[in-house]
Ligand binder design. Structure first.
Ligand code: PGA
Length: 256
């Protein structure tokens, strides 16, 4: 049985001190639940203060929004897996569509990032998703499968078991236009099939696949109705503690 996972991606929002205030506020509104895992992804500059505010045994895990694939070296502006681990991160988002589209990240980079995260003991949250043009051209599955192939090729079963996949249609991110539960579930099923064919059915049924793209307190419940949708990667709606707490509460209701 897969435990739902809710990830809040702050993107380029909140200073280090705002992160502390947010975490205090959030923890006053909602508490740990045996029914869902919760992850917060502040910007690099707020990871340390967020880590301190959470403490070492928090029910909320810390996540970075990106990573460089080398452990250290002359890579101005980049941050590596050992640096993130040292701050208490357990997860890292890799291949977010904003990185792919705005910063030219390609699958070959993303594959190196996934591997580096795994090598150092961070759990990658790999983002995949089609553009509106891809969807309208009937290319959703082809595009998503190519991204998966390019990023996960030749991972061992053991490594893949630590990866979370986030299906995030580009046309749904920050637009207020959510995929329907059926649209998301259908892509999730094709992702599971890809894993089953490439690895095996146990891995396919164990891997967590999230949905991301305009998730709100209003639509989270209907998305989680699908038994193939294992949680959400939340952007805009995670910035406000009240709205994120509501999403967490709704996700923490045991699944049927
Ligand atoms: P959104 O962002 O919830 O604001 O659409 C989701 C994401 O980019 O992960």
């Amino acid at each position: 049985m897969r435990r739902p996972l809710i990830v809040g991606n702050w993107k380029m929002n909140k200073t280090a001190s705002e992160a502390v205030a947010f975490i205090r506020d959030l923890c006053g509104r909602v508490s740990a639940s045996p029914h869902a895992d919760v992850v917060l992804a502040p910007p690099f500059t707020a990871l340390e203060s967020a880590s301190r505010a959470l403490g070492s045994s928090s029910w909320i895990s810390l996540c970075a929004q990106d990573i460089h694939w080398e452990p250290h070296g002359a890579f101005t502006g980049e941050v590596s897996a050992p640096m993130l681990l040292d701050l208490g991160c357990r997860y890292v988002i890799v291949g977010h569509s904003e990185r792919r589209i705005l910063f030219g990240e390609r699958d070959e980079h993303i594959q190196k990032k996934v591997r580096s995260a795994l090598r150092h003991g961070l759990s990658p949250i790999l983002c995949v998703g089609e553009s509106l043009g891809d969807r309208e051209a009937g290319q959703t599955e082809t595009v998503v499968t190519a991204q998966l192939k390019g990023s996960l090729a030749e991972l061992s079963m053991r490594d893949l078991a630590t990866v979370t996949i986030a299906y995030e249609p580009v046309w749904a991110i920050g637009t207020g236009r959510t995929a329907t539960t059926e649209q998301a579930a259908s892509v999730h099923r094709s992702i599971r099939l890809f894993v089953e064919i490439g690895w095996n059915s146990e891995t396919a049924s164990a891997i967590r696949i999230l949905y991301g793209g305009s998730v709100t307190p209003q639509n989270i419940k209907s998305l989680l109705v699908s038994d193939t949708i294992d949680g959400a990667l939340v952007g805009g709606a995670c910035l406000d503690p009240d709205s994120f707490a509501t999403i967490l509460r709704l996700a923490q209701i045991p699944r049927a």
